[in-house]
Write a protein that binds this ligand. Sequence first.
Ligand SMILES: Nc1ncnc2c1ncn2[C@@H]1O[C@H](COP(=O)(O)OP(=O)(O)OP(=O)(O)O)[C@@H](O)[C@H]1O
Length: 685
Amino acid sequence: MPHPYLDGLNPEQRLAVEHGIGTTAAAPALLVIAGAGSGKTNTLAHRVAHLLVDGADPRRLLLMTFSRRAASEMGLRVERIVRKAMGAQAGVISDALTWAGTFHGIGARLLREHADQLGLDPAFTIHDREDSADLINLVRHELGLSKTESRFPTKGTCLSIYSRCVNAETALEQVLGGSFPWCAGWAAELKQLFAAYVEAKQQHCVLDYDDLLLYWAQAMADPGFAADVASRFDHVLVDEYQDTNRLQSSILLALKPSGTGLTVVGDDAQSIYSFRAASVRNILDFPGQFSPRATVVTLDRNYRSTQAILSAANGVIDLAKERFTKNLWTDRATGSAPHLVGVRDETDQARYIVERVLDNREAGSLLKQQAVLFRTSSHSGPLEIELTRRNIPFVKFGGLKFLDAAHIKDLLALLRFVQNPRDRVAGFRLMQIIEGVGPASAQRVLDHIAAAADPIAALAEAPAPPRAAADWRDLVTALQDLHRSAGWPAELERARLWYEPHLDRIHEDAVTRRADLIQLEQIAGGYPSRERFLTELTLDPPDATSDQAGVPTLDEDYLILSTIHSAKGQEWKSVYVLNVVDGCMPSDLGTGTSAELEEERRLLYVAMTRAKDDLHLVVPQRFFTHGQNAQGDRHVYASRSRFIPDRLLGLFERVSWPRVSAAAAAAQRQGPRLDIGARMRGMWR
Ligand SMILES: Nc1ncnc2c1ncn2[C@@H]1O[C@H](COP(=O)(O)OP(=O)(O)OP(=O)(O)O)[C@@H](O)[C@H]1O
């Protein structure tokens, strides 16, 4: 049967889209190795649409993407394609595609639905990294480990170690030896700490990020449970498979042990999340996990970039130790070679970029079609100053998350505590917002209500902290109101009204912060319930922070600033990459092992392959070092990133900026015109 909606696909894309459809025999698992810009997202969307048009039940289709935004964009694309085949029915079909989201989000939903079976309280709340670190800290303190003679690892390090053990399914000793050798002497204490941490989470009815995968994977190890969950889905499709970890791969294997109905898509050359225990081996070992082996389809035709950009990107990734994907090709006419731009320092780097961005805008290119990418959020500081000074609006992705701001966390602590009054970290934060309530009195109250069947009712009877009488009563009343109210999202206004007097007292810039609270209320309006709002927001927080002007409305034009990690999956007409120097790329944090170094190389590759027409890699000759005050002038001399050795220079156009004018250059050649030295000597003759 002809399918005109597949006509735009190239032969390899079509092979991937049609795999196993229209045949009666069970098809093997499918692995699509999709090079950068080769239409991975496009292909996956067509495959989902094709399955639906072929009669697959959208409610029995599980689609897992790297972010919630990717899932909703995928939903829209699928609907557009299905519409071509089925007309008006498309909306109904794609609306029924309800099992689309991130691994963690889907995990949370399944765990809640099966909570009884798993011995979980279905009202469990989810701790983000900061909450988890706070709880580890609390437990560490209770065990007396914070008072050890030599310094015990910090709460953040403890959490990283715990998380790596869990996600990589690796023993503590091995994780310590491989990634945290300076903590190796603390193995016994860390084990004790992690055991107590797990118990505390269970008592408080909270799960952390890792638990969502861990509980899910553990439950799937039970054949009865696995069969139950697996029977809900005919098709499981996973995007960005190169960034999944061992736990995720074991979950998939338990969902589809024979491989039939399983599709994963990814690019080993773009694997950049090993710090979250993602393992590039997942994608490399995938075909052999099934019998018969998975079918592998490779997409190597790039539709995004000019050949000149691709050649340079291929050159960089060609030097990688292990390569699995082929070089990309395109039939887009060769544009100009990517610019490798030498500048004096970070200030000149910022000025260079602003000049180029404005030139492009003059030539008709929107700011939004241009992006500045960097390895670490702090690298864009000087550029942000220059943009603000020149009044160029920008939005930054991948820096401080909206939810990390203290006032947002305060308000969310209130909602989380209403949702789950056993969430001690939320309660602890919430109570200390009140003037006169410190850690000791908060602990006392939390101990008092811990055993009660209805902790919120028990709160009203708990002795009020002595120095906080009136404000304390207000908090108890607010909690009771919210507990009783069923009006979502209206209750957020009640929560905000309770918080505002405290906001004014705690923060000097309360006016700006209040605008964030109102924005939070608007975001909340998009969710059907408090529980869904808290879950989704914790799992996948909005990550745009903007300049003082606030987040621009959608129709405004603004320049994109983004960490390379957050630029994943995106594309722009012009791309500028900051600090292409050793120490930044590779980051000096990432030069320990050869695996880390290889991942840094892939990061540069990901950055370069975001560009469609125009790519600039900027190389400042010197840098100001961090860890000094704003007026400090310590700097280091930097050299071009080792990922662009001399033999690749032919793939770039080398530029020095600012350009020296012809007159100035001639003057330089003639020697100094002002002989200040002679004048100084003359003063004493
Ligand atoms: N068959 C095709 N014909 C024309 N254009 C295509 C085709 N497939 C994809 N494209 C275009 O190629 C570009 C890249 O597609 P897409 O974003 O799906 O790539 P990707 O493989 O997900 O990229 P990356 O992994 O680098 O993020 C898009 O602009 C898309 O519209």
